[in-house]
Design a protein around this ligand. Sequence first.
Ligand SMILES: Nc1nc2c(ncn2[C@@H]2O[C@H](COP(=O)(O)OP(=O)(O)O)[C@@H](O)[C@H]2O)c(=O)[nH]1
Ligand SMILES: [Mg+2]
Length: 444
Amino acid sequence: MVRAHNPQARTREPTPWKLQRCRIVHPENESLIDDGLAVYFRAPYSYTTHPTIELHIHSGRALIAALLSSLSRIPSLRPAESGEFTRQALLAGRLDLTQVEGLHDLIEADTEVQRIQALGTAGGETRAQYDSLRSQIIHCLAQVEALIDFGEGEDIEEGVYDRAKAEASTLLSQIQGHLADSRKGELVRSGIKMAIFGPPNAGKSSLFNYLANRPASIVTPIPGTTRDVLELTLDIGGLPVVVADTAGLRRTDDVVESIGVERGTDAVKNADFSVCVLPLSEVLSSDGSTIALPKDVQELITPHTYFLLNKADLVSNPLPTSNLVIDGHPDTAGRVWTASLATGEGTQAFVQGLAGALMSQLNINGPSAQSQEHHAPLVTRERHRVHLESACRFLKAFLALPPEDVVLGAEELRYAAQALGRVTGDIGVEDVLDAVFRDFCIGK
Ligand SMILES: Nc1nc2c(ncn2[C@@H]2O[C@H](COP(=O)(O)OP(=O)(O)O)[C@@H](O)[C@H]2O)c(=O)[nH]1
Ligand SMILES: [Mg+2]
Protein backbone atom coordinates (compact mmCIF):
# COMPACT_ATOMS: atom_id res chain seq x y z
CA MET A 1 0.00 0.00 0.00
CA VAL A 2 3.00 2.26 0.29
CA ARG A 3 4.43 2.92 -3.14
CA ALA A 4 7.48 4.97 -3.95
CA HIS A 5 7.62 7.34 -6.93
CA ASN A 6 10.30 5.45 -8.74
CA PRO A 7 8.69 2.43 -10.47
CA GLN A 8 11.96 0.46 -10.13
CA ALA A 9 11.80 0.87 -6.39
CA ARG A 10 8.60 -1.17 -6.28
CA THR A 11 10.45 -4.44 -6.45
CA ARG A 12 13.24 -3.47 -4.08
CA GLU A 13 13.18 -3.87 -0.32
CA PRO A 14 12.87 -0.36 1.13
CA THR A 15 15.90 1.00 2.97
CA PRO A 16 15.36 -0.12 6.55
CA TRP A 17 15.14 2.21 9.57
CA LYS A 18 14.96 5.34 7.42
CA LEU A 19 12.04 7.70 7.57
CA GLN A 20 11.10 8.45 3.96
CA ARG A 21 8.62 10.84 2.48
CA CYS A 22 6.17 9.11 0.17
CA ARG A 23 2.77 9.27 -1.43
CA ILE A 24 0.38 6.89 0.25
CA VAL A 25 -2.04 5.53 -2.33
CA HIS A 26 -4.97 3.14 -2.44
CA PRO A 27 -3.71 -0.41 -3.15
CA GLU A 28 -6.27 -1.02 -5.90
CA ASN A 29 -6.99 2.23 -7.72
CA GLU A 30 -3.82 4.08 -6.67
CA SER A 31 -5.77 7.19 -5.72
CA LEU A 32 -3.82 9.44 -3.37
CA ILE A 33 -4.71 9.08 0.32
CA ASP A 34 -2.03 11.30 1.86
CA ASP A 35 1.42 12.69 1.37
CA GLY A 36 3.16 11.14 4.40
CA LEU A 37 6.20 9.44 5.82
CA ALA A 38 7.04 5.76 6.06
CA VAL A 39 9.70 3.76 7.86
CA TYR A 40 10.52 0.11 7.32
CA PHE A 41 11.88 -2.05 10.14
CA ARG A 42 13.69 -5.13 8.88
CA ALA A 43 13.20 -8.29 10.96
CA PRO A 44 14.21 -9.05 13.62
CA TYR A 45 15.05 -5.47 14.62
CA SER A 46 11.51 -4.24 15.06
CA TYR A 47 9.26 -3.99 18.10
CA THR A 48 7.52 -7.28 17.29
CA THR A 49 10.63 -8.88 15.68
CA HIS A 50 8.54 -9.24 12.49
CA PRO A 51 9.10 -7.01 9.43
CA THR A 52 7.14 -3.84 10.14
CA ILE A 53 6.12 -0.76 8.19
CA GLU A 54 5.08 2.34 10.08
CA LEU A 55 3.10 5.01 8.28
CA HIS A 56 3.13 8.58 9.55
CA ILE A 57 0.17 10.50 8.18
CA HIS A 58 -1.56 13.78 8.89
CA SER A 59 -4.15 13.60 11.61
CA GLY A 60 -7.84 13.83 10.79
CA ARG A 61 -10.65 11.37 11.22
CA ALA A 62 -11.52 11.05 7.53
CA LEU A 63 -7.87 10.59 6.58
CA ILE A 64 -7.29 7.84 9.14
CA ALA A 65 -10.56 6.13 8.18
CA ALA A 66 -9.59 6.23 4.46
CA LEU A 67 -6.16 4.76 5.22
CA LEU A 68 -7.52 1.98 7.44
CA SER A 69 -10.20 1.08 4.93
CA SER A 70 -7.68 0.95 2.09
CA LEU A 71 -5.31 -1.18 4.18
CA SER A 72 -8.13 -3.60 4.81
CA ARG A 73 -8.31 -4.16 1.01
CA ILE A 74 -5.01 -6.00 1.28
CA PRO A 75 -6.08 -9.60 1.95
CA SER A 76 -3.34 -10.50 4.44
CA LEU A 77 -3.94 -7.45 6.66
CA ARG A 78 -6.35 -7.02 9.55
CA PRO A 79 -6.59 -4.57 12.45
CA ALA A 80 -4.47 -5.49 15.49
CA GLU A 81 -6.20 -6.54 18.68
CA SER A 82 -5.48 -4.76 21.94
CA GLY A 83 -1.90 -5.37 23.01
CA GLU A 84 -1.23 -7.56 19.96
CA PHE A 85 2.07 -5.93 19.01
CA THR A 86 3.36 -6.32 22.55
CA ARG A 87 2.07 -9.88 22.69
CA GLN A 88 4.09 -10.69 19.54
CA ALA A 89 7.15 -9.07 21.10
CA LEU A 90 6.66 -11.22 24.21
CA LEU A 91 6.14 -14.45 22.30
CA ALA A 92 9.23 -13.73 20.22
CA GLY A 93 11.22 -13.24 23.45
CA ARG A 94 12.01 -9.59 22.75
CA LEU A 95 10.22 -8.59 25.95
CA ASP A 96 9.53 -10.65 29.05
CA LEU A 97 6.36 -10.51 31.10
CA THR A 98 7.75 -8.00 33.63
CA GLN A 99 8.61 -5.64 30.76
CA VAL A 100 5.11 -6.00 29.33
CA GLU A 101 3.64 -5.19 32.73
CA GLY A 102 6.05 -2.26 33.04
CA LEU A 103 4.96 -0.94 29.66
CA HIS A 104 1.34 -1.12 30.74
CA ASP A 105 2.21 0.73 33.96
CA LEU A 106 4.11 3.35 31.95
CA ILE A 107 1.06 4.05 29.78
CA GLU A 108 -1.10 4.26 32.91
CA ALA A 109 1.37 6.27 35.04
CA ASP A 110 -0.20 9.38 36.60
CA THR A 111 2.69 10.60 38.70
CA GLU A 112 6.42 11.09 38.25
CA VAL A 113 7.49 8.37 40.69
CA GLN A 114 5.15 5.91 38.94
CA ARG A 115 6.63 6.90 35.57
CA ILE A 116 10.21 6.39 36.76
CA GLN A 117 9.42 3.00 38.30
CA ALA A 118 7.54 1.80 35.20
CA LEU A 119 10.27 3.05 32.87
CA GLY A 120 12.86 0.96 34.72
CA THR A 121 10.68 -2.15 34.60
CA ALA A 122 9.69 -1.67 30.94
CA GLY A 123 13.36 -1.14 30.08
CA GLY A 124 14.28 -4.55 31.51
CA GLU A 125 15.74 -3.68 34.94
CA THR A 126 13.36 -6.02 36.73
CA ARG A 127 13.86 -8.72 34.12
CA ALA A 128 17.64 -8.55 34.59
CA GLN A 129 17.27 -9.05 38.34
CA TYR A 130 14.97 -12.05 37.91
CA ASP A 131 17.23 -13.54 35.25
CA SER A 132 20.21 -13.16 37.56
CA LEU A 133 18.42 -14.83 40.49
CA ARG A 134 17.24 -17.64 38.26
CA SER A 135 20.65 -18.29 36.75
CA GLN A 136 22.14 -18.42 40.25
CA ILE A 137 19.61 -21.10 41.21
CA ILE A 138 20.45 -22.98 38.02
CA HIS A 139 24.13 -22.75 38.96
CA CYS A 140 23.31 -24.41 42.31
CA LEU A 141 21.25 -27.01 40.51
CA ALA A 142 24.09 -27.80 38.08
CA GLN A 143 26.41 -28.54 41.00
CA VAL A 144 23.85 -30.76 42.69
CA GLU A 145 23.16 -32.62 39.44
CA ALA A 146 26.87 -33.16 38.90
CA LEU A 147 26.92 -34.81 42.33
CA ILE A 148 24.05 -37.09 41.35
CA ASP A 149 25.79 -38.09 38.15
CA PHE A 150 29.32 -38.54 39.44
CA GLY A 151 29.31 -38.65 43.26
CA GLU A 152 31.50 -36.60 45.54
CA GLY A 153 35.10 -37.68 46.10
CA GLU A 154 35.52 -39.55 42.83
CA ASP A 155 35.21 -37.25 39.85
CA ILE A 156 33.84 -34.28 41.75
CA GLU A 157 35.87 -32.26 44.23
CA GLU A 158 34.94 -32.29 47.92
CA GLY A 159 32.57 -29.70 49.35
CA VAL A 160 30.40 -29.15 46.28
CA TYR A 161 27.17 -29.87 48.14
CA ASP A 162 28.09 -27.48 50.97
CA ARG A 163 28.91 -24.78 48.44
CA ALA A 164 25.57 -25.26 46.68
CA LYS A 165 23.85 -24.95 50.05
CA ALA A 166 25.73 -21.78 50.92
CA GLU A 167 24.76 -20.27 47.56
CA ALA A 168 21.12 -21.27 48.01
CA SER A 169 21.09 -19.75 51.47
CA THR A 170 22.45 -16.42 50.16
CA LEU A 171 19.83 -16.44 47.41
CA LEU A 172 17.10 -17.16 49.91
CA SER A 173 18.01 -14.14 52.03
CA GLN A 174 18.28 -11.99 48.90
CA ILE A 175 14.75 -12.92 47.83
CA GLN A 176 13.42 -12.53 51.37
CA GLY A 177 14.96 -9.05 51.40
CA HIS A 178 13.02 -8.14 48.26
CA LEU A 179 9.80 -9.52 49.75
CA ALA A 180 10.33 -7.37 52.86
CA ASP A 181 10.63 -4.13 50.87
CA SER A 182 7.51 -2.62 52.54
CA ARG A 183 5.49 -3.34 49.37
CA LYS A 184 7.20 -0.31 47.85
CA GLY A 185 6.76 -1.40 44.22
CA GLU A 186 3.12 -2.30 44.71
CA LEU A 187 2.39 0.94 46.59
CA VAL A 188 3.95 3.11 43.90
CA ARG A 189 2.04 1.25 41.22
CA SER A 190 -1.39 1.20 42.83
CA GLY A 191 -1.27 4.21 45.18
CA ILE A 192 -0.32 4.71 48.81
CA LYS A 193 -3.31 4.88 51.17
CA MET A 194 -3.28 7.91 53.46
CA ALA A 195 -6.07 8.81 55.91
CA ILE A 196 -6.53 12.25 57.45
CA PHE A 197 -7.92 12.06 60.98
CA GLY A 198 -8.23 14.10 64.15
CA PRO A 199 -10.81 15.76 66.39
CA PRO A 200 -13.77 17.65 64.87
CA ASN A 201 -13.09 21.13 63.51
CA ALA A 202 -9.30 20.71 63.37
CA GLY A 203 -9.05 21.49 59.65
CA LYS A 204 -9.01 17.94 58.21
CA SER A 205 -11.33 18.78 55.32
CA SER A 206 -9.44 22.04 54.76
CA LEU A 207 -6.25 19.97 54.36
CA PHE A 208 -8.02 17.51 52.04
CA ASN A 209 -9.19 20.40 49.84
CA TYR A 210 -5.78 22.02 49.90
CA LEU A 211 -4.17 18.77 48.69
CA ALA A 212 -6.90 18.27 46.08
CA ASN A 213 -6.57 21.91 45.00
CA ARG A 214 -10.36 22.24 44.94
CA PRO A 215 -13.27 22.30 47.44
CA ALA A 216 -13.87 18.53 47.28
CA SER A 217 -14.94 18.28 50.93
CA ILE A 218 -17.39 20.56 52.77
CA VAL A 219 -15.69 22.91 55.24
CA THR A 220 -17.75 24.73 57.91
CA PRO A 221 -17.15 25.91 61.48
CA ILE A 222 -19.75 23.33 62.62
CA PRO A 223 -18.12 20.30 64.26
CA GLY A 224 -19.37 17.04 62.69
CA THR A 225 -19.69 18.43 59.14
CA THR A 226 -17.81 15.56 57.46
CA ARG A 227 -19.73 12.34 57.97
CA ASP A 228 -18.62 9.82 55.40
CA VAL A 229 -15.14 8.89 54.19
CA LEU A 230 -14.20 10.85 51.05
CA GLU A 231 -11.41 9.51 48.86
CA LEU A 232 -9.33 11.02 46.04
CA THR A 233 -6.17 9.87 44.29
CA LEU A 234 -3.70 12.74 44.36
CA ASP A 235 -0.15 13.44 43.29
CA ILE A 236 1.88 14.35 46.37
CA GLY A 237 5.44 15.27 45.41
CA GLY A 238 5.31 12.74 42.54
CA LEU A 239 3.88 9.94 44.68
CA PRO A 240 0.41 8.56 43.92
CA VAL A 241 -1.53 8.86 47.16
CA VAL A 242 -5.12 7.79 47.77
CA VAL A 243 -6.14 10.39 50.37
CA ALA A 244 -9.18 9.85 52.61
CA ASP A 245 -10.93 12.63 54.56
CA THR A 246 -12.71 11.28 57.62
CA ALA A 247 -15.26 12.41 60.21
CA GLY A 248 -13.82 14.05 63.33
CA LEU A 249 -13.28 11.57 66.15
CA ARG A 250 -15.71 12.15 69.01
CA ARG A 251 -18.42 10.26 70.90
CA THR A 252 -21.79 11.34 69.62
CA ASP A 253 -25.45 10.37 69.92
CA ASP A 254 -26.04 11.25 66.28
CA VAL A 255 -26.47 7.87 64.55
CA VAL A 256 -25.20 9.03 61.14
CA GLU A 257 -22.19 10.79 62.60
CA SER A 258 -21.24 7.81 64.77
CA ILE A 259 -21.31 5.50 61.73
CA GLY A 260 -19.06 8.06 60.01
CA VAL A 261 -16.65 7.99 62.97
CA GLU A 262 -16.56 4.18 62.83
CA ARG A 263 -15.83 4.21 59.09
CA GLY A 264 -13.19 6.89 59.56
CA THR A 265 -11.48 4.82 62.26
CA ASP A 266 -11.41 1.80 59.93
CA ALA A 267 -9.98 3.93 57.11
CA VAL A 268 -7.15 5.07 59.41
CA LYS A 269 -6.42 1.52 60.53
CA ASN A 270 -6.35 0.25 56.93
CA ALA A 271 -4.22 3.10 55.59
CA ASP A 272 -0.52 2.74 54.82
CA PHE A 273 0.05 5.94 56.77
CA SER A 274 -2.04 8.74 58.24
CA VAL A 275 -1.97 12.45 59.01
CA CYS A 276 -3.34 13.52 62.37
CA VAL A 277 -4.61 17.12 62.14
CA LEU A 278 -4.83 18.95 65.47
CA PRO A 279 -5.85 22.54 66.24
CA LEU A 280 -2.62 23.94 67.68
CA SER A 281 -4.37 26.54 69.81
CA GLU A 282 -6.38 23.88 71.62
CA VAL A 283 -3.75 21.18 72.15
CA LEU A 284 -0.73 23.32 73.10
CA SER A 285 0.29 23.21 76.78
CA SER A 286 0.32 26.52 78.66
CA ASP A 287 4.14 26.72 78.54
CA GLY A 288 3.91 26.25 74.75
CA SER A 289 6.17 23.17 74.61
CA THR A 290 3.94 20.07 74.65
CA ILE A 291 1.05 18.86 72.50
CA ALA A 292 -1.68 17.00 74.38
CA LEU A 293 -3.41 14.36 72.26
CA PRO A 294 -7.21 14.22 72.55
CA LYS A 295 -8.30 10.86 73.99
CA ASP A 296 -10.16 9.61 70.89
CA VAL A 297 -7.10 10.24 68.75
CA GLN A 298 -4.54 8.48 70.94
CA GLU A 299 -5.33 4.89 70.04
CA LEU A 300 -4.82 5.54 66.32
CA ILE A 301 -1.27 6.87 66.61
CA THR A 302 1.36 4.54 65.08
CA PRO A 303 4.93 4.99 63.83
CA HIS A 304 3.30 5.74 60.45
CA THR A 305 1.34 8.74 61.78
CA TYR A 306 2.38 12.25 60.71
CA PHE A 307 1.13 15.33 62.57
CA LEU A 308 -0.11 18.62 61.20
CA LEU A 309 -0.62 21.21 63.95
CA ASN A 310 -3.06 23.50 62.20
CA LYS A 311 -4.49 26.94 62.98
CA ALA A 312 -1.06 28.33 63.82
CA ASP A 313 -2.53 31.78 63.03
CA LEU A 314 -4.49 31.60 66.28
CA VAL A 315 -1.34 31.15 68.40
CA SER A 316 0.95 34.08 69.03
CA ASN A 317 4.62 33.23 68.48
CA PRO A 318 4.41 29.41 68.35
CA LEU A 319 7.65 27.55 69.12
CA PRO A 320 9.58 26.07 66.17
CA THR A 321 8.16 22.60 65.39
CA SER A 322 11.42 20.88 66.29
CA ASN A 323 11.01 22.03 69.91
CA LEU A 324 7.49 20.67 70.28
CA VAL A 325 6.90 17.32 71.98
CA ILE A 326 3.83 15.17 71.35
CA ASP A 327 2.77 13.97 74.79
CA GLY A 328 3.43 10.24 75.22
CA HIS A 329 5.25 9.99 71.85
CA PRO A 330 8.87 11.07 72.21
CA ASP A 331 9.81 9.42 68.88
CA THR A 332 7.96 11.77 66.51
CA ALA A 333 10.93 13.89 65.39
CA GLY A 334 10.63 14.68 61.68
CA ARG A 335 6.95 13.77 61.64
CA VAL A 336 5.45 17.02 63.01
CA TRP A 337 4.65 20.23 61.11
CA THR A 338 2.94 23.49 62.10
CA ALA A 339 0.82 25.38 59.58
CA SER A 340 -2.23 27.50 59.01
CA LEU A 341 -4.52 26.26 56.29
CA ALA A 342 -6.40 29.56 56.60
CA THR A 343 -3.44 31.82 55.79
CA GLY A 344 -1.41 29.23 53.84
CA GLU A 345 1.60 29.69 56.09
CA GLY A 346 3.64 26.49 56.44
CA THR A 347 1.37 24.45 54.14
CA GLN A 348 3.87 24.07 51.30
CA ALA A 349 6.63 23.10 53.71
CA PHE A 350 4.27 20.51 55.19
CA VAL A 351 3.49 18.89 51.81
CA GLN A 352 7.15 18.88 50.79
CA GLY A 353 8.18 17.47 54.16
CA LEU A 354 5.47 14.81 54.02
CA ALA A 355 6.46 13.72 50.49
CA GLY A 356 10.13 13.58 51.55
CA ALA A 357 9.31 11.56 54.66
CA LEU A 358 7.26 9.08 52.61
CA MET A 359 10.00 8.76 50.01
CA SER A 360 12.57 7.95 52.65
CA GLN A 361 10.20 5.64 54.50
CA LEU A 362 9.61 3.71 51.28
CA ASN A 363 13.25 4.09 50.28
CA ILE A 364 12.34 5.71 46.97
CA ASN A 365 14.55 8.10 45.04
CA GLY A 366 12.43 11.11 44.23
CA PRO A 367 12.07 12.70 40.80
CA SER A 368 14.97 15.03 41.58
CA ALA A 369 17.26 12.02 42.06
CA GLN A 370 16.44 10.73 38.59
CA SER A 371 20.01 10.68 37.37
CA GLN A 372 21.18 8.53 40.26
CA GLU A 373 21.34 4.80 39.83
CA HIS A 374 18.17 3.16 41.00
CA HIS A 375 16.83 -0.35 40.82
CA ALA A 376 13.33 -1.16 39.71
CA PRO A 377 11.63 -3.07 42.51
CA LEU A 378 11.22 -6.81 42.08
CA VAL A 379 7.64 -6.87 43.30
CA THR A 380 5.08 -4.58 41.71
CA ARG A 381 2.17 -7.03 41.68
CA GLU A 382 0.69 -9.68 43.93
CA ARG A 383 1.54 -12.20 41.18
CA HIS A 384 5.27 -11.55 41.67
CA ARG A 385 4.97 -11.89 45.44
CA VAL A 386 3.21 -15.26 45.13
CA HIS A 387 5.93 -16.74 42.90
CA LEU A 388 8.80 -15.28 44.94
CA GLU A 389 7.27 -16.73 48.09
CA SER A 390 7.01 -20.12 46.49
CA ALA A 391 10.66 -19.87 45.30
CA CYS A 392 11.59 -19.22 48.95
CA ARG A 393 9.65 -22.30 50.07
CA PHE A 394 11.51 -24.54 47.59
CA LEU A 395 14.89 -23.08 48.53
CA LYS A 396 14.12 -23.68 52.22
CA ALA A 397 13.06 -27.25 51.44
CA PHE A 398 16.37 -27.81 49.64
CA LEU A 399 18.33 -26.36 52.56
CA ALA A 400 16.52 -28.61 55.04
CA LEU A 401 17.40 -31.86 53.20
CA PRO A 402 20.33 -34.04 54.35
CA PRO A 403 23.13 -34.64 51.80
CA GLU A 404 21.92 -38.19 51.05
CA ASP A 405 18.68 -36.74 49.63
CA VAL A 406 20.56 -35.06 46.83
CA VAL A 407 18.05 -36.18 44.18
CA LEU A 408 15.16 -34.60 46.06
CA GLY A 409 17.31 -31.53 46.60
CA ALA A 410 17.79 -31.11 42.86
CA GLU A 411 14.04 -31.33 42.41
CA GLU A 412 13.43 -28.53 44.94
CA LEU A 413 15.97 -26.31 43.17
CA ARG A 414 14.30 -27.01 39.84
CA TYR A 415 10.96 -25.92 41.29
CA ALA A 416 12.54 -22.76 42.74
CA ALA A 417 13.92 -21.84 39.31
CA GLN A 418 10.52 -22.53 37.76
CA ALA A 419 8.79 -20.23 40.25
CA LEU A 420 11.02 -17.36 39.10
CA GLY A 421 10.44 -18.34 35.47
CA ARG A 422 6.74 -17.86 36.06
CA VAL A 423 7.28 -14.20 36.98
CA THR A 424 9.17 -13.43 33.78
CA GLY A 425 6.82 -15.56 31.68
CA ASP A 426 9.46 -18.12 30.64
CA ILE A 427 7.19 -20.77 32.16
CA GLY A 428 3.41 -21.06 32.20
CA VAL A 429 2.90 -17.82 30.32
CA GLU A 430 -0.39 -18.70 28.62
CA ASP A 431 -2.59 -18.56 31.71
CA VAL A 432 -1.58 -14.98 32.58
CA LEU A 433 -1.41 -13.52 29.08
CA ASP A 434 -5.08 -12.70 28.70
CA ALA A 435 -5.17 -11.00 32.09
CA VAL A 436 -2.08 -8.95 31.28
CA PHE A 437 -3.22 -7.81 27.85
CA ARG A 438 -6.85 -7.18 28.64
CA ASP A 439 -6.18 -3.59 29.71
CA PHE A 440 -3.81 -2.71 26.87
CA CYS A 441 -4.83 -0.14 24.31
CA ILE A 442 -5.60 -1.31 20.79
CA GLY A 443 -2.53 -2.01 18.72
CA LYS A 444 0.34 -1.34 21.15
N1 LIG B 1 -8.25 30.27 61.99
C1 LIG B 1 -8.17 29.17 61.27
N2 LIG B 1 -9.29 28.50 60.94
C2 LIG B 1 -9.17 27.38 60.19
C3 LIG B 1 -7.90 26.89 59.75
N3 LIG B 1 -8.10 25.77 59.03
C4 LIG B 1 -9.43 25.55 59.02
N4 LIG B 1 -10.08 26.52 59.72
C5 LIG B 1 -11.53 26.64 59.94
O1 LIG B 1 -11.92 25.65 60.89
C6 LIG B 1 -13.23 25.20 60.59
C7 LIG B 1 -13.23 23.70 60.45
O2 LIG B 1 -12.50 23.34 59.32
P1 LIG B 1 -12.70 21.93 58.61
O3 LIG B 1 -11.67 21.81 57.55
O4 LIG B 1 -14.13 21.74 58.23
O5 LIG B 1 -12.35 20.97 59.83
P2 LIG B 1 -12.64 19.41 60.03
O6 LIG B 1 -13.86 19.31 60.86
O7 LIG B 1 -11.46 18.89 60.75
O8 LIG B 1 -12.81 18.79 58.67
C8 LIG B 1 -13.67 25.92 59.33
O9 LIG B 1 -14.45 27.04 59.70
C9 LIG B 1 -12.36 26.38 58.71
O10 LIG B 1 -12.51 27.55 57.93
C10 LIG B 1 -6.73 27.63 60.12
O11 LIG B 1 -5.60 27.30 59.80
N5 LIG B 1 -6.93 28.75 60.89
MG1 LIG C 1 -14.33 17.69 57.91
